[in-house]
Ligand binder design. Structure first.
Ligand code: CA
Length: 704
């Protein structure tokens, strides 16, 4: 008997070992152990922020501040849709997994760019008008041989990393509500974590955890309370409900969507989520009678295995300015005020660099990184902002130019951290806004179309107000000393609303700019060492990796998403085609991007007779019906001031009849009349004429 056992046991061990190997063999064989020791394989980029602490700091040093000037284009790949490139690619064992517009996933050979497979979840292109903000996507997650993508229409799909075939697919949202998923999933302890967006259209925010193997829903954490007459989903929501008033918020959702940031600390076993802004925006309408409205605009710590609430910190109590706490959260251990701390760092739209003790959510410091006037600062004893009464537009009818506006401060473009220097690197945008409660807004109007209860009619009638906003709009790259609470260096950029950063141990910071340049600065001094002109605004998250001992740097260029709804990139300024493209660089490579495609102006034909009332009416309609994708004053993606003659001729058919529904331009015949569409066309042509005149003025001012 013993002899038989002796003989069988090694065989059993071999079997067990084989089974264990099979479970994580093959491509994308990522698990918690590998992610926890990511620095042992610095050539890979295995999760969205490279590591669970989302520092986006690579230990690779082959490319450094001495030789970066030899960096050139190794390969590039144009994607089939021009709707913006927000993704951060993953690279695992020589294979790149990246998403483009419409949640399409590509697996590419990371050395040559050769396509290994492609997965198109076939999102109904006609749905684009139901979602905020354009069909962009920020990337995938990898776990045990599978690639996970959050699809725009709310699906979460698991793909076989070998061939891109779907293994399972679940609907994570109520399809009857305007939810959209654009963020990258993360996987913690075998659970795929995914949130969603839609607060500007009326939804209730939450994050879900799905079993990575089966796709079964494991837990869901709602960020705002539901109908208080029904049982609460958790004790945390019972607490949160005490901070809400009124009888309607739960009908339209209340907002608080978890549309981007998540970080994880394996030692503390805490998952951190960033919670979005309120729905609708004005607190007077959303929660009459006041209240902090938890967990809007908050960072919440949860147990990753159960979704159980541990602590929260609310950045803006009673938030009403579209200030979501959804930008990336960097976890670091550093000395603050002479004490070693486990910190969490966030630099959101609010305009402050927040440093929290991530063990308990206590605010350690909040320093302004841009022009801010909604709050004078923070009371560190209570952790609450000292709010400027003029910022409470629900009560205050006088126009007040508030800094930052909803598109200012710093948004989703990822930041990075150099732990040796103690510096974070992020793009800053100064962009103020006149908030004003729309006196005609009703909560009942929420739940399907864009509705933020803002009245922009004063601005539409008074060009001085628009000029004031424009004159005070600018952007920079900031290197911020976290311990000292001030910038170490700052570089002004030629356009506002710039992209993401990557920090490397080669004393480098890579940065994508709206002017089309992908730039390397020295991490310690901010000296511009190298740049590459991609021809289109760069928003995507840069990464670096190695294959067979050679270091590469990758980034996506292409304008789109929420940023494009308000800011032009260089392709829009120069009237070139906005192309979504993936670019990969290495030392001594000599590749070139194809020459840009030039576009005509909408007003290359003689201008039509403009009726001021029609322009005004068209402007209001444009901002409420078209602005989500096409921008607040034309601009946006596609850039309408460069409409072709063909588009102009087909305008009514496109807008009302859905002629371009297959390209993501839905039919608006239910929302707009022929007179409405005519007014919108007149407004777009008016804006294009103004821009043409401004360009001509600039050109004649330059010529001697
Ligand atoms: Ca928002």
């Amino acid at each position: 008997m013993m002899n038989i056992l002796r003989r069988i046991r090694p065989a059993l061990f071999a079997l067990v070992a084989t089974a264990a190997t099979v479970a994580i063999a093959g491509p994308a064989a990522v698990d918690g152990a590998r992610l926890g020791q990511a620095d042992r394989e610095p050539g890979n980029w295995m999760t969205h922020g490279r590591t669970y602490d989302e520092q986006r700091y690579s230990p690779l040093t082959q490319i450094d501040d001495k030789n970066v000037k030899r960096l050139g284009l190794a390969w590039s790949r144009e994607l089939e849709f021009d709707r913006g490139m927000e993704a951060t690619p993953l690279v695992i064992d020589g294979v790149m997994y990246v998403t483009g517009p419409w949640s399409i996933v590509y697996a590419l050979d990371a050395v040559s760019g050769r396509q290994l497979w492609k997965y198109d979840p076939k999102v109904d292109r006609g749905l684009a008008g139901n979602f905020c903000c354009g069909p962009v996507n920020r990337g995938v997650a990898a776990w045990q041989g599978r690639i996970y993508v959050g699809v725009l229409d709310g699906r979460l799909v698991a793909l076989d990393a070998r061939n891109g075939h779907p293994v399972w697919s679940v609907q994570t949202t109520d399809k009857a509500r305007p939810y959209a998923s654009t963020g990258a999933p993360r996987v913690v302890k075998g659970r795929v974590l995914i949130g969603n967006g839609g607060a500007e259209l009326g939804v209730r925010g939450y994050i879900s955890a799905y079993d990575a193997a089966s796709g079964k829903l494991d837990w869901r954490f709602y960020t705002v309370p539901g109908d208080p007459s029904k049982p609460f989903e958790s004790k945390a929501l019972e607490m949160a409900a005490k901070t809400w008033n009124g009888d309607q918020w739960w009908i339209w959702g209340g907002g608080g969507t978890v549309w981007d940031a998540m970080s994880y600390d394996p030692q503390l076993d805490l998952l951190y989520i960033g919670v979005g802004n309120g729905s609708t925006w004005p607190r007077a309408l959303r929660s009459p009678g006041g209240g902090d409205n938890l967990f809007l605009s908050s960072i919440v710590a949860l147990r990753p295995e159960t979704g159980e609430y541990v602590w929260h910190y609310q950045l803006a109590p009673g938030e009403q300015w579209d200030y979501p706490a959804t930008t990336q959260m960097i976890l670091a251990d550093m000395e603050i005020g002479g004490v070693m701390r486990h910190v969490l760092i966030q630099t959101p739209k609010h305009g402050f660099v927040y440093v929290l003790d991530r063990t308990n959510g206590k605010l350690l410091s909040a320093e302004k990184f841009t022009r801010v006037n909604w709050a004078s600062g923070y009371d560190l004893a209570t952790g609450r902002p000292i709010e400027n009464p003029e910022a409470d537009y629900s009560k205050n009818d006088k126009p007040f130019l508030q800094y930052p506006g909803p598109l200012g401060g710093h948004n989703w473009p990822a930041m990075s951290f150099n732990p040796r220097l103690g510096l974070i690197y992020f793009s800053e945008t100064q962009h103020p806004n006149y908030y004003r409660l729309d006196p005609t807004a009703r909560f009942e109007d929420h739940g399907r179309r864009w509705n933020i209860s803002q009245d922009y009619s004063l601005m539409m009638k008074d060009p001085r107000m628009i000029a004031e906003v424009d004159q005070n709009t600018r952007g920079s790259l900031i290197a911020w000393n976290v311990a000292q609470g001030k910038p170490a260096w700052q570089v002004e950029q030629s356009l506002p609303a710039n992209g993401a950063t990557l920090a490397t141990a080669g004393n480098l910071v890579f940065f994508g700019a709206a002017d089309g340049n992908f730039i390397a600065y020295s991490a310690d001094s901010g000296t511009r060492l190298w740049s590459f002109d991609t021809g289109v605004g760069v928003m995507g998250g840069p990464i670096t990796y190695t294959v067979k001992g050679r270091q590469y740097v990758a980034v996506g260029s292409g304008w789109g998403g929420g940023i494009a709804s308000a800011f032009k990139d260089i392709s829009a300024v120069d009237q070139r085609r906005n192309t979504s493209r993936l670019l990969v660089f290495s030392l001594d490579a000599k590749g070139k991007v194809p020459p840009p495609v030039l576009l005509g102006r909408v007003n290359d034909t003689p201008p039509v007779k403009m009726v001021p009332e029609q322009i005004y009416r068209g402007g209001i309609l444009f901002s409420t019906q078209c602005g989500m994708c096409h921008g607040s004053g034309a601009g946006g993606v596609p850039e309408l001031s460069t409409m072709s003659a063909r588009t102009r001729a087909d305008f009514m058919g496109i807008v009302l009849g859905g002629l371009r529904a297959d390209k993501g331009m839905p039919a608006f015949h239910e929302q707009l009349t022929v007179e409405d569409a005519t007014a919108i066309k007149t407004f777009v042509e008016f804006v294009a004429n103004m821009e043409k005149a401004a360009t001509a003025r600039k050109a004649s001012a330059k010529s001697p």
